[in-house]
Design a protein around this ligand. Structure first.
Ligand SMILES: Nc1nc2c(ncn2[C@@H]2O[C@H](COP(=O)(O)OP(=O)(O)OP(=O)(O)O)[C@@H](O)[C@H]2O)c(=O)[nH]1
Ligand SMILES: [Zn+2]
Length: 386
């Protein structure tokens, strides 16, 4: 009885805060040219509005004392909120996979929007959220239920890109970055691997190096390169989607964590994912082609849940890494092999490129730093920052 009453009070509260705000956001999104999706969303929101109104009327019938309203709501919130993970964001709506296995289409409560000032995106793929929904269970994974996101957990492991000088978070709570290279066709590009590792460090995400298509080469030839990465403490996994080599290991690496994929076209990302879980690579491919058409370049980023738990994230935007918000002097500090020599360098503002008797250059000269890694460092500075 008491539970029912508080539910009605909650409906009242929610209604008071809804309509205006959403209309405003719809207008903004229309201006951004996202019209097709918005048409669908406005339909949904209208339906939801009717539902809320009906519930409010019920509340008026059965709750004479509105004074206790606020108090009741606080305790009810804790009981009634569900937890889940945001898979993707489309305009006003977020697709949330509840911890109960149900997929929900959620709107965002306005108070969250106004609180979020430091980061541009109120909700991003990967967010852990608390949300309210009428449909708690009995819905299959295929169907969607409406919900309202009430709370977002603090983010870690964010991958961002910069657009017009602003940091734009693509995904949050990423545990590991799978840096996928191929041994042959296309041939391995260590400098590209180094750059992606650096980005992972910048995002405070564990980098894992996958070298695919090892069926095409003699693995002995790759040992020097693998040795350098291993010595730095990175996990390096040679794989073959063709022969299935180390696919089982890869599956274990992906299980129960959020993993972002990076790697140039053709290295075998889709093939590897399909080997891990049939159909997974196809899901990834669909995201890519969507982006290629220039639609939803910022919103189509999506987390794809794995059957064994965990999820993978992929978007063409992070395949070509652009370092953001980093100064030339910070790069060496993000490379664990260069870092120890940075503080030993006698020049305070040294970029370790040209100066005589630079501690970093000296370490390269007597092979305490791998020459190829230093080369990659120099190229990175030239490309990105000069
Ligand atoms: N020999 C060999 N070929 C592979 C292997 N993995 C993938 N390939 C082939 O490499 C080509 C590219 O594979 P994809 O899985 O489409 O590569 P991708 O990284 O997803 O490419 P994009 O979707 O363009 O980013 C295909 O022809 C695959 O059959 C492998 O382990 N060994
Ligand atoms: Zn120096």
């Amino acid at each position: 009885m008491a539970k029912k009453r508080s539910g009605n009070l909650r409906a009242n509260f929610r209604k008071k805060h809804q309509g205006r705000v959403r209309r405003g956001d719809l207008t903004r999104d229309f201006r951004e040219g996202d019209s097709q999706d918005d048409a669908v969303q406005s339909e949904r929101l209208t339906g939801k509005g009717e539902l809320t109104r009906k519930r409010t009327i019920q509340g008026a019938d059965s709750t004479p004392d509105s004074a206790a309203g606020m108090h009741v709501q606080v305790s009810v919130d804790e009981v009634n909120l569900l937890q889940g993970r945001v898979l993707s964001v489309h305009g006003l709506q977020s697709k949330v996979l509840g911890d109960n296995g149900v997929l929900y289409a959620c709107a965002v409560r306005q108070v969250l929007k106004s609180l979020s000032t430091s980061q541009r995106n109120v909700i991003v793929a990967g967010d852990r959220v608390w949300f309210r929904s009428e449909s708690r269970d009995g819905v299959s994974l295929k169907s969607e239920a409406d919900g309202m996101i009430e709370r977002v957990e603090p983010r870690t492991g964010m991958i961002s890109r910069t657009s017009r000088g602003r940091q734009h978070v693509l995904v949050s709570n990423i545990d590991a970055m799978l840096i996928i290279a191929s041994a042959e066709q296309p041939g391995i590009k260590p400098a590209l691997i180094d750059r992606m590792i650096l980005t992972a460090h910048q995002c405070e995400i564990e980098p894992i190096v996958i070298i695919n298509k090892v069926d095409l080469i003699d693995l002995v030839d790759l040992q020097p390169l693998i040795g350098v990465y291993s010595a730095l403490g990175y996990r390096v996994l040679p794989t073959s989607a063709e022969t299935g080599q180390n696919v089982e290991f890869l599956r274990a690496l992906l299980k129960n964590r959020q993993t972002a994929l990076a790697g140039q076209s053709g290295v075998g990302k889709s093939s590897l994912l399909n080997a891990v879980q049939p159909g997974l690579g196809l899901a990834i491919g669909a995201v890519s082609s969507d982006n290629d058409k220039g639609k939803h370049t910022t919103t189509a980023s999506q987390l794809i849940p794995l059957a064994d738990g965990g999820a993978v994230f992929d978007t063409p935007g992070i395949r070509q890494f652009q370092l953001w918000d980093i100064s030339a002097s910070e790069v060496a500090g993000l490379m664990p092999d260069l870092r120890p020599y940075v503080s030993g360098c006698r020049y305070p503002d040294c970029l370790h490129l040209a100066e005589d008797d630079c501690a970093v250059k000296n370490a390269v000269a007597d092979a305490r730093i791998d020459a190829r890694r230093y080369d990659a460092y120099c190229h990175l500075l030239e490309e990105e920052l000069m």
